[in-house]
Design a protein around this ligand. Structure first.
Ligand SMILES: NC(=O)c1ccc[n+]([C@@H]2O[C@H](COP(=O)([O-])OP(=O)(O)OC[C@H]3O[C@@H](n4cnc5c(N)ncnc54)[C@H](OP(=O)(O)O)[C@@H]3O)[C@@H](O)[C@H]2O)c1
Length: 409
């Protein structure tokens, strides 16, 4: 947690240098007992410190630990934290060298001993399976767990099989977005988990009084066109919530509505957005008690505060809850009165909330993709393979709108 607090502060620093074109450094592949593979040569984009350009380097192909799978990546998606780590030196190990990236899709090459023994369970993976997964190097510090390379070791609880109809680039848009939204909704907000999917059916409505009450409440998803916000809307819908209020640029309104938002408003005039959302909730006869904030913008925090406080004005009983993907900036914007505000730690999918990761990746995501209940984010492919990752980082830093940058490898 100390590291993460530091992350938040370092994010405010300014980057000055401009990354250059990556160069290839050939190093003899290291061999460590069973850790090399004959399947080919690994090629990685290494970050050697803050503001350093990615360097291409040959690495050994690792072998999976007992609970891991080795994946030959075919598509790697980028996340904002990737360019921020490069620009600001956030969450780098003590020797400053890391392999960025959390999102991969590709083919299973080999599986660890425990995974092999799960042959009939939801944790079952076998060589040749098409999978997507959440790569954990940012937390583990192990370069083999980084996404920006041809071969990545994934935890079996953070991997899901990909249906045939979903391409590798599409699949790569999902791990961080879906994992983070799962933590936000079902850990931070404490919403009841929807029932486990089958490939074709929508979840069966749950019947307990508490769950029925929650489903009547409204949820605000600020930043509905972000990849995490899109995932949060879809998961909220799957959890049975029908009053989902979102913000996005007008060109994304139809898409955000198709994902499950009942009302979408433009955020560019935050004051108007507040009034529009409150009017819609008033018409629906709904109190907005939950919010997921997917941007680190002070106007957004202020708008969320107004919406929650006014939507529940004068009413007592249930607590309001806010899950924020960025730290709530208390120094500039007071927290909503009466609300429990928490900072989402998506990385818990590799830690304390492995149970939620397994629920999402092993038991539900594949079925939801097959049944169309979850759709991938829009993809923009950046050319150049592993060597194109620096260009992709630069493009992501410049800003994206409603799409995920993906490199095919
Ligand atoms: N805490 C965690 O564990 C965690 C995990 C993942 C991500 N994050 C953070 O969460 C944020 C979202 O990540 P992401 O990958 O989902 O982002 P993203 O997809 O790259 O976000 C791009 C979108 O942001 C929207 N946007 C920008 N400013 C906005 C505003 N003021 N109000 C509403 N929408 C706005 C834009 O929407 P329009 O196109 O509609 O204008 C754009 O499409 C990032 O800051 C990221 O670092 C945190």
């Amino acid at each position: 947690m100390r590291t993460l607090t530091r992350l938040g502060h370092q994010l405010k620093a300014k980057s000055t240098s401009r990354p250059k074109v990556p160069t290839l450094i050939k190093t003899p592949p290291t061999t460590a007992g069973m850790s090399t593979s004959t399947a080919g040569t690994n090629l990685a984009a290494l970050l050697r410190g803050a503001r350093e350009t990615l360097v291409l380097e040959e690495r050994a192909i690792p072998s999976p630990g007992p609970d891991e799978i080795l994946v030959r990546n075919r598509a790697i998606a980028l996340n904002p934290i990737d360019w921020k780590r490069q620009a600001f030196g956030i969450a780098l190990p003590s020797n400053k060298t890391t392999i960025l990236g959390s999102d991969v899709a590709g083919e299973v090459v080999s599986v660890g001993s425990n995974v092999a023994s799960f042959s009939s369970s939801s944790l079952s993976f076998a060589p040749g399976d098409r999978v997507l997964g959440s790569a954990s190097a940012m937390v583990s510090g192990n370069l083999d767990h980084g996404a920006f390379q041809l071969y990545t070791l994934l935890s079996s609880t953070a991997a899901a099989k990909i249906p045939d109809a979903v391409s590798y680039p599409e699949a790569a848009t999902l791990p961080t977005a879906m994992g983070t939204a799962t933590i936000a909704l079902f850990h931070n907000l404490g919403l009841p988990l929807p029932s486990t999917s089958t490939s074709t059916s929508t979840p069966t409505p749950t019947t307990t009084t508490g769950e029925a009450e929650v489903k009547k409440d409204g949820i605000l998803v600020w930043g509905g066109a972000t990849s995490c916000g899109s995932a949060a809307i879809q998961l909220a819908r799957l959890a049975g919530l029908s009053n989902i209020y979102a913000t996005a640029s007008p060109r994304h309104h139809a898409l955000v509505q198709s994902l499950g938002a009942s009302t979408v408003v433009d955020y560019h005039s935050p004051g108007t957005a507040v009034e529009d959302i409150l009017s819609a909730a008033g018409r629906d006869g709904v109190e907005i008690r939950y919010a997921v904030v997917n941007v680190g913008d002070n106007d957004a925090f202020a708008a969320v505060k107004h919406i929650l406080e006014r939507s529940s004005q004068g009413k007592e009983g249930k607590k309001m809850k806010v899950a924020s993907l960025a730290r709530w900036p208390e120094e500039q914007v007071a927290k909503p009165e009466g609300a429990e505000v928490s900072w989402v730690m998506g990385m818990e999918v590799w830690g304390a909330r492995k149970d939620l990761a397994a629920w999402l990746f092993n038991r539900n995501l594949t079925g939801w993709l097959e049944g169309g209940q979850v759709v991938p984010h829009a993809v923009r492919v950046v050319k150049g393979g592993i060597g194109g990752l620096q260009t992709a980082l630069d493009q992501l830093k410049a800003g994206v709108s409603g799409e995920k940058l993906v490199v095919e490898v």
